[in-house]
Design a protein around this ligand. Structure first.
Ligand SMILES: [Zn+2]
Length: 302
C-alpha cells in the first residue's frame, strides 16, 4: 500500500476529511496518487510526473502509471512482532494457512488482470517463504520508521517478496492504526534493495469495530480473522502497485482500496459468523478485489 483506510470500514467521515481535503489541494484536473495509507494525496510527485506519459489501461476504472509490478511468484514473509506468546496458535494457523493458500486461488487470480507496460500480467502464484519472530524491542507503539527498521532487522533480500510486520493485540502503530488505517503497504531502500513491506495489526482489543468485520469469526479469533482480510488487501496492492507508481485510480485508490469492506455473497459458519471464501480448508471473510477487465468490478474471483 498504501494504507488501508479505516474510514472505508466505519463510514465516510475519514474519507471525506482526508481524501477530500487532498483533492481540494490538487486543483482541477489534477490526479491523486497513492499515499501508502489507503487514501490519495495531491499528485505533484515525481512519481506522477514520471507516470503521466505511461498512462494506460483506462476503461476499467483504474490506470497504469508506468511503475513495476511483482509479476512472477510473489513471496510472502511473515515477521511476528510482539511479546512471547505472539503469535498465538490460532493467529499463526489462520494467517499462515492463508499465505499458503492464496496462490492459485480464484480470488488471487483477480490480480492476473493487471499487467506492466509490456503487457506481462501478474501470475497467480504466491509462495509462503516462512516467518521470523521479533521481540518488542521497539516497544508497543511503533512509528513508521520503526516498522521499516523491524523489517531491516530481519536482513531482507527478497525483492519479489512482501514482508508483513504482524503485530500482536498489545501493539499499535503511532501514525494511525485504528484511527486512520487498519494496515498499509509501502516500500523502502534497505541495504540497497527495494524491499516491499506491510504493517498489519491485531485490532481485537484496540478497535474491533474499526478494523474487524465481525467479532465472532469463522476461525474463532476475531483479531486474526480480521487481519486475514487486511493482509489480503495489502498483498494484492503490493503486487499490483509495489512502489506506489503502477496501478491506481484518479483518487489514488489501489485495486483493493476500491473494494475495501465489501464482501459479496456470504455464507454462515457453524458458530454463526460469516465467511465468503474457503482457502486451505479454512473459512475466511475477506474483502473483494477490483477486477481490471470488463469495465472493472469488485469480485471474489476471476
Ligand atoms: Zn489499500
Amino acid at each position: 500500500m498504501r494504507k488501508l483506510a479505516l474510514a472505508l470500514c466505519i463510514g465516510g467521515a475519514f474519507v471525506a476529511s482526508s481524501a477530500f481535503a487532498n483533492s481540494l489541494n490538487a486543483g482541477p484536473g489534477a490526479e491523486m496518487v497513492p499515499s501508502g495509507k489507503g487514501f490519495g494525496i495531491n499528485g505533484n510527485s515525481q512519481a506522477q510526473q514520471n507516470a503521466n506519459p505511461h498512462h494506460g489501461g483506462g476503461g476499467n476504472g483504474i490506470s497504469y502509471h508506468g511503475g513495476p509490478l511483482i509479476l512472477n511468484t510473489t513471496n510472502v514473509h511473515f515477521i511476528w512482532y510482539g511479546n512471547s506468546g505472539w503469535p498465538t496458535t490460532s493467529a499463526n494457523n489462520i494467517l499462515t494457512n492463508l499465505a499458503q493458500s492464496l496462490g492459485g486461488s480464484n480470488y488471487f487470480n483477480i490480480n492476473t488482470s493487471y499487467y506492466n507496460g509490456s503487457n506481462v500480467h501478474v501470475s497467480n502464484s504466491v509462495h509462503y517463504s516462512g516467518a521470523v519472530s521479533h521481540s518488542e524491542t521497539y516497544g508497543s507503539s511503533l512509528t513508521d520508521s520503526e516498522i521499516q527498521q523491524i523489517v531491516a532487522d530481519t536482513n531482507p533480500t527478497d525483492t519479489n517478496g512482501v514482508y508483513f510486520v504482524l503485530t500482536g493485540p498489545d501493539v499499535t502503530a503511532s501514525s494511525g492504526f485504528c484511527s486512520q488505517y487498519c494496515g498499509w503497504h509501502t516500500h523502502g531502500l534497505i541495504s540497497g534493495l527495494d524491499i516491499k513491506y506491510s504493517f498489519v495489526g491485531d485490532a481485537a482489543t484496540q478497535c474491533p469495530s474499526g478494523c474487524m468485520a465481525q467479532t465472532t469469526s469463522p476461525n474463532g479469533d476475531g483479531g486474526a480473522d480480521g487481519m486475514a482480510s487486511v493482509l489480503s488487501h495489502e498483498l494484492e496492492e503490493a503486487v499490483t502497485d509495489p512502489d506506489l507508481n503502477a496501478w491506481y485510480d484518479t483518487r489514488g485508490a489501489e485495486n483493493a482500496d476500491k473494494c475495501a469492506w465489501t464482501f459479496g455473497t456470504q455464507s454462515t459458519a457453524s458458530n454463526g459468523s460469516k465467511y465468503n471464501v474457503v482457502l486451505g480448508g479454512k473459512q475466511y471473510l475477506i474483502q473483494q478485489n477490483w477486477v481490471n477487465a470488463s469495465g472493472g468490478y469488485c469480485s471474489m474471483s476471476y
